[in-house]
Design a protein around this ligand. Structure first.
Ligand code: SDX
Length: 377
């Protein structure tokens, strides 16, 4: 019998723990947050209601939502020290590196940083939910030589983000499309960045350390960085009518097509139809159908030729581009949403913790004796 254990590289197909936060059902191509289908939340709830749901397990009452929103608004501002630190970042810094550093700095400022009790972790999660968008908007403006715009406590979550980035609030259809994208990006079981946050939490480390690590994981183009890569790819294609030829040329080079494929969904990402619908709304609002027409050609060819379906990043990229965001902001915007899912998993891991420490099967050199330096030639 072989002494090689059952190695699952990439942990493909491995159930590492239980979780009550969300459920991905590839067989029916669906996703629920605390039992609610995401499509239902997109049509009948808001992103901050969804954040409350992920953290508390239930949708808020009107009174609970008012209190939640009051707390979020009150925590949006960054400290003067952090604003000075942001201004010192290299102008060439990638916005995900800037955000990773900003969150790490928030940890150094947070009076409850070392307290990993559930109550303290929840308060820190709220501070991160409120401050991360402010940091994303500020670093974007500073990188362009513009002064940051302070958060406006009189505005709801999504409207305030546009206010801090652009200095104005767009039409309600744009806000709705953004709110839907935030709900869809919020949570997705044990994806790489979420599991990173759980792994850090498993050693009894703190919320800011877990979220800083998760940001590092999400940055990668195989994960959250794909939404930026999708837009760069679409912009490489001169027009929809040459999209098929452009794609076939990539097939010849066995290159990955960003925004396609998924480790869990093999017959399509449950979130894509909803995000595609709102990306099409954005195309109509802006009057620019190019990106969605090119996307349709790519999706059709990938399906017929490779049987590979688009994932959420594929429609999210053009949607954010049509909203007017700079491409390097796309993955930081993903963080503004996923902080809710990450924090829910940090709380869950902390409540029933076991140090995460897998095994490795050794395939290196067989055991040997050390030869003293004098004899090593
Ligand atoms: C996210 O896990 C989550 O839930 C993540 C996420 C979330 O909400 O947190 O959904 C967000 O990260 C979405 C994924 C974004 N990444 C990309 O769009 C990057 C491109 N996609 C691929 O890198 C890939 O599809 C992955 C990484 C997403 C999944 O990788 P797997 O599971 O290891 O891929 P696989 O084993 O199923 O691939 C099977 C075959 C392979 O070919 P062979 O080696 O068998 O010949 O399909 C090929 C792959 O090369 N393939 C692709 C492809 N995706 C898979 N070929 C070309 N382009 C692609 N995009």
């Amino acid at each position: 019998m072989s002494d090689t254990p059952d190695i699952r590289k990439g942990l493909v197909g491995v159930y590492a723990d239980v979780s009550a936060v969300s459920k991905v059902m590839p067989e029916t191509n669906s996703l629920t947050y605390r039992g609610y289908p995401v499509q239902d939340l997109c049509e009948n709830a808001s992103f901050d209601e969804t954040a409350y749901l992920l953290w508390h397990g239930e949708l808020p009452t009107a009174g609970q939502l008012t209190a939640f929103r009051t707390q979020e608004k009150a925590n949006r501002a960054l400290s003067p020290t952090l604003l000075r630190v942001l201004a010192e970042f290299p102008k060439s810094a990638h916005p995900m590196d800037a955000l990773r550093t900003a969150v790490s700095f928030m940890g150094m400022e947070d009076p409850e940083a070392a307290d990993i009790s559930d109550a303290a972790q929840r308060r820190k999660a709220m501070r991160l939910l409120a401050k991360i968008p402010t940091a994303v908007a500020a670093t974007n403006r500073i990188s362009k030589g513009l002064a940051p715009i302070a958060p406006d406590q009189g505005l709801p979550f999504c409207e305030n983000f546009f206010h801090m980035v652009f200095g104005k609030v767009p039409a309600p259809e744009v806000i709705k499309a953004f709110d839907v994208s935030m709900i869809l990006y919020a949570e997705h079981t044990f994806n790489a960045s979420t599991y990173t946050a759980r792994l850090v939490t498993s050693s009894m480390s703190d919320m800011h350390s877990a979220i800083t690590a998760a940001i590092g994981s999400l940055k990668g183009p195989l994960h959250g960085g794909a939404n930026e890569a999708v837009m760069h790819m679409l912009k490489e294609i001169p027009s929809p009518d040459v999209a098929e030829a452009w794609l076939r040329e990539r097939f010849d080079h066995k290159a990955l097509v960003m925004g396609f494929g998924h480790r869990v969904y093999k017959t399509g990402d449950s979130r894509v139809p909803t995000m595609k619908k709102y990306a099409e709304v954005m195309a109509r609002v802006v009057g620019d159908e190019r990106w969605m027409k090119t996307s349709a050609v790519l999706a059709q060819v990938m399906l017929t030729e490779k049987n590979i379906h688009p994932n959420l990043d594929f429609p999210a990229g053009p949607a954010y581009y049509l909203m007017g965001f700079d491409i390097p902001m796309f993955t930081p915007i993903f963080v503004c949403s996923r902080i809710t899912g990450w924090a829910a998993h940090v709380l869950e891991q902390g409540a029933d913790n076991r140090l995460i420490r897998p095994l490795s099967h050794y395939t290196g050199v067989t055991e040997r004796a050390v030869v003293p330096l004098a004899s090593r030639g």
